[in-house]
Design a protein. Structure first.
Length: 205
């Protein structure tokens, strides 16, 4: 399960969520969080959530939440599943980014910024820096993205709040140095004119 408490520790905003262990709990959590919500399997084995059908989006009623829980449970063996994460869907219309990093044998920790979401491997629009980074480094990284026009408000979109994005990047740089993971990423980080919110994360020590 994504350790969202770790993100909160470093001041990174996280989309509201609850963990459910039954269809009824999923319905109750969804009602409490407010619709629409997403349901995601809490994988105990590191199975790829999306490819195995462990992520369902746009759930709009308690009945849909119950059904979605049952659908996810049918796709995973009991020993693979630690419940289902019910999460408030945020950032409709936001830009999906990936912010993370890895530990390099030669350079130490590297931080990365790129276009995120499920197509991150297809976009391959990513830039790196050696940690720790400064605000100036973060702004330079934003400017290096081939897709930077999207962040600046192309095609009638409102520009992304770069100050909030830079703040998140500095927090990730600090997390990488202090927690020392082998790999870490927030994907997607939903960025819009209001700020940045983490929706999912992955960490390997």
């Amino acid at each position: 399960m994504a350790d969202f408490n770790l993100l909160s520790k470093y001041g990174i905003a996280v989309a509201p969520y609850k963990v459910a262990k039954s269809p009824q709990e999923a319905a109750s959590a969804a009602r409490e969080l407010g619709f629409p919500v997403a349901l995601k399997v809490v994988s105990l084995t590191g199975a790829h959530k999306t490819e195995k059908g462990g992520v369902l989006l746009g759930i709009k009623s308690p009945q849909e939440a119950e059904k979605a829980y049952q659908q996810i449970a049918s796709r995973f063996a009991p020993e693979e599943m630690g419940g289902v994460l019910v999460q408030k869907m945020v950032g409709q219309g936001a830009v999906e980014l990936i912010v993370g990093g890895k530990k390099d044998e030669q350079f130490g920790h590297l931080i990365m910024l790129g276009m995120g979401g499920i197509f991150v491997e297809i976009y391959k629009d990513i830039t790196f820096r050696i940690c720790p980074i400064s605000s100036e480094d973060a702004y330079e990284m934003i400017g290096e993205l081939r897709s930077k026009a999207i962040l600046e408000g192309a095609r009638g979109r409102k520009p992304v709040n770069k100050r909030a994005l830079v703040s998140t990047m500095l927090a990730v740089s600090s997390l990488l140095e202090k927690e020392s993971p082998k790999e870490f990423d927030i994907n997607p980080l939903m960025a819009d004119e209001k700020g940045c919110v983490a929706v999912d994360m992955r960490i390997i020590y």
